[in-house]
Design a protein around this ligand. Structure first.
Ligand code: ADP
Ligand code: MG
Length: 708
């Protein structure tokens, strides 16, 4: 007997070739096939007598074949199948092209069911290339009712998929319905068997709606349940309660070269309150590029240091690590906070209150890395920080900058680096013991995600938002520049550089590729350096260069020794060069709006008027429209919304967000459903998930969904 876990080869009448093709779609078992949901339905639910047909309508016609023949077209080498179908109310002409087997399969006298659009032909109404199937012993599958359409790849046809899925649809009843009865009743959800049957072969439009809702509900519900359990688990641990040092904090804030924005203060205050408790904070700080998240985090880390505890800041690139290190050293200059840098190639510590000399009291250590981890109040680092052997003296706060660049495991690895190593010895405590402390977690991101959506993706995190840019920032002038104005753009950049500014040029690739025909860093660098701007110092930067080299170039760019930097998307995140005023982007169509917005955020970081110039060789209208939207708005949240309207959240955030949950069917813009599933998950958590063993088990499987 066929079960859900049977390999698809065991389905009767599946050929070896078809099985192979399915496997290429990751469909290996009967269950996989059952969960290969249609992406749309053709509506053939109107069966119309031939006498009543009108042009332009999409219908089902059922009748008998009066006549059928294959013939070769006169000029083209094409085979045309012509048929006349009669349903006693009238006769309809039907034509197919280049499908000679139809003329052989169907014979005069056969009953056929046809589906398609009625057209006005030369000699009256006709159907061109309709879907067809013989009326016979088996149920009609392809031509009447709501007919499922599947995403087709690997040379499969809709007919094949419908046939196979119909033949196994009975196994749906073996599926374990994990939704608790009470939840199903409360939200009027179909049971699983019915939902699966109707998602593939809907009895009616109403049943299709209900089936879809049921399956979407389950996916969203599981993710939310998972997140809430995660949150509960984190909250059940103990953390160091960080005392707020009011005076020192206001002194620090007053000494800043600028005034904190109201939004920065509000976010910092939310965080301070949260870490003041003896439960681990788990919070996401969302703020548009340039909104000043780093300083907000510094305020927090200062307080942790004053509590004699450590903070670790995890960042995605060496460039960013070095930059944050420098920023923090400067910010903490008078506070006596020791800052450490910990990456694969650079390990050093700034012991604060330094002299004004080059080294600022820095000590670089080759194998004294233990010393850095032990002595620093704040350690900034890359992935090197989360390696197993890394141990801190007393880690109370884990900050993850550009958190969307990290996967779940990496974020969790940092969280696991708890307090004093001594705590690792007590394994057997039932109650959370005093020593077994978890660090507070502060995740930071510039990816603007609407609150309701964040609930799904980061359901286990509390949210703080910096929704305001520092005063004095000018709107970045953004243009989509037509190719014929390229020289004009170069002239413009030249003038900017001559007034003292600097420029970025972003290219999609490192080196030229014939296949893609897209601008590359090496090519553009050569052109700009030798021909367009021979008088300026230009450098290039990309991910394949050594860390030391990259760092040197970033330092020179920051020090204004380099006027123009030609780079790949390595400069996408976080890089802060306030003097840069031009961001030129080649092959702009290759980047999503969120990513373009990140690039643009590299300029306009001071009071200089800044510009973003987009170039594209794409003539695709949708692409141009998308880029035009981008030129009109400087607001990351608005852009994300615009993008969300055009594409799904998976597409908008999937490329920029590691670990974005993949849904088979749930649409993340159904906020009503998100709300309901959240409430349902809360209900189950309150009741205790142990009361629902099937759910418990399922959640174990779905671990990888946690965004933590
Ligand atoms: P992001 O939120 O993108 O990480 P940063 O923290 O890098 O932004 O800050 C961007 C720039 O704005 C930095 O040069 C920083 O010194 C500056 N900045 C931060 N807060 C303020 C403020 N309140 N007023 C003026 N400039 C600020
Ligand atoms: Mg930043």
């Amino acid at each position: 007997m066929l079960t859900l876990s049977s390999p698809i080869e065991q389905i009767i009448r599946i050929g070896a070739a078809t099985a192979k093709k399915l496997q290429r779609l990751e469909i290996k078992t009967v269950k996989d096939l059952l969960e290969y949901y249609p992406f749309r339905y053709a509506d053939y639910s109107r069966t119309v007598p031939i006498a009543n047909l009108t042009a332009g309508t999409t219908v089902n016609v059922q009748g008998a074949i009066d006549f059928i023949q294959n013939k070769r077209s006169f000029r083209q080498r094409m085979i045309i199948t012509e048929a006349l179908v009669n349903d006693n109310s009238g006769q309809l002409k039907v034509v197919w092209f280049n499908q000679p087997f139809i003329g052989k399969n169907l014979k005069a006298g056969d009953g056929v069911s046809l589906a398609g659009t009625i057209q006005d032909g030369l000699l009256g109404l006709e159907m061109v290339a309709p879907e067809y199937e013989r009326i016979g012993s088996s149920q009609l599958t392809h031509t009447t009712g709501l007919v499922p359409m599947y995403h087709l790849t690997a040379n499969l046809t809709n007919k094949q998929l419908r046939f196979l899925i119909k033949s196994i649809i009975g196994t749906a009843s073996q599926g374990e319905d994990i939704l608790p009865e009470a939840i199903k009743r409360k939200y009027q959800l179909l049971d699983l068997t019915k939902a699966l049957a109707n998602i593939h072969f809907p009895q009616s439009p109403e049943m299709l709606t209900r089936a879809r809702r049921r399956l979407q509900f389950e996916e969203l519900f599981l993710v939310q349940l998972q997140a809430q359990l995660q949150k509960l688990e984190v909250r059940s641990k103990k953390a160091e309660a960080i005392k707020f040092f009011k005076e020192e904090t206001s002194k620090f804030v007053q000494n800043l070269p600028f005034k904190l924005t109201a939004a920065q203060k509000k976010a910092a205050w939310e965080i301070i309150k949260d870490i003041g408790q003896d439960k681990p904070m788990a919070r996401l700080l969302e703020g548009d590029v340039g909104s000043g998240k780093t300083v907000a985090a510094a305020v927090i880390m200062l307080n942790v240091a004053l509590n004699k505890k450590q903070s670790a800041m995890l960042v995605p690139t060496e460039i960013l690590a070095k930059q944050h290190y420098d920023t923090l050293c400067a910010l903490f200059q008078d506070s006596g906070v020791k800052v450490g840098l910990y990456t694969r190639s650079q390990k050093k510590i700034n012991e604060g209150r330094g002299t004004q000399d080059e080294g600022r009291g820095e000590r670089t250590t080759s194998h004294g890395s233990l010393f850095i981890l032990h002595d620093s109040d704040v350690v900034v680092g890359t992935h090197a920080l989360i390696q197993e052997e890394v141990e801190f003296r007393d880690l109370a706060l884990a900050v993850i900058d550009e958190q969307h660049r990290f996967g779940v495991e990496q974020r969790q690895a940092l969280r696991k680096k708890s307090g004093p190593p001594s705590s690792q010895t007590d394994l057997d405590c039932g109650e959370a013991s005093q020593q077994n402390l978890a660090p507070h977690l502060l995740s930071m991101t510039a990816t603007p995600i609407p609150r309701s959506l964040a609930q799904v993706i980061y359901g286990d995190l509390d949210l703080s938002i910096i929704n305001e840019l520092p005063a004095g920032r000018k709107k970045i002038g953004t243009w989509l520049v037509p190719e014929f104005k390229r020289q004009g753009a170069y002239d413009f950049i030249k003038r900017e550089i001559l007034t003292g500014r600097q420029a970025f040029v972003i290219c999609p690739l490192i080196s030229p590729s014939d296949k893609l025909g897209v601008k590359s860093v090496t090519e553009e660098y050569k052109k700009l350096n030798e021909h367009i701007f021979p008088e300026f110092k230009i450098a290039y930067l990309h991910g394949r260069m050594k860390a030391g080299e990259k760092d040197k170039i970033m330092q020179e760019f920051l020090a204004d020794k380099i006027k123009m930097l030609v780079a790949t998307s390595v400069v996408e995140v976080g890089v802060d060069v306030p003097n840069a005023s031009v961001m030129m982007i080649e092959g702009a169509e290759r980047f999503g709006l969120a990513q373009l917005h990140q690039f643009r955020g590299r300029v306009g970081r001071s009071t200089h008027q800044s510009y973003c110039l987009l170039f594209t060789e794409s003539l695709n209208e949708q692409t141009r429209e998308r880029l035009n939207i981008f030129t009109k708005s400087n607001d990351g949240f608005k852009l994300a919304e615009a993008d969300l309207k055009r594409r799904g959240p998976g597409e908008v955030y999937g490329t920029v967000q590691k670990g974005f949950p993949e849904f088979k069917i749930a649409a993340l813009n159904d906020y009503q459903l998100i709300k309901e599933t959240k409430a349902a998950a809360e209900q189950i958590v309150n009741e205790g998930v142990e009361k629902h063993p099937k759910l418990r088990e399922k959640i174990g499987e779905a671990k990888e969904y946690v965004a933590g």
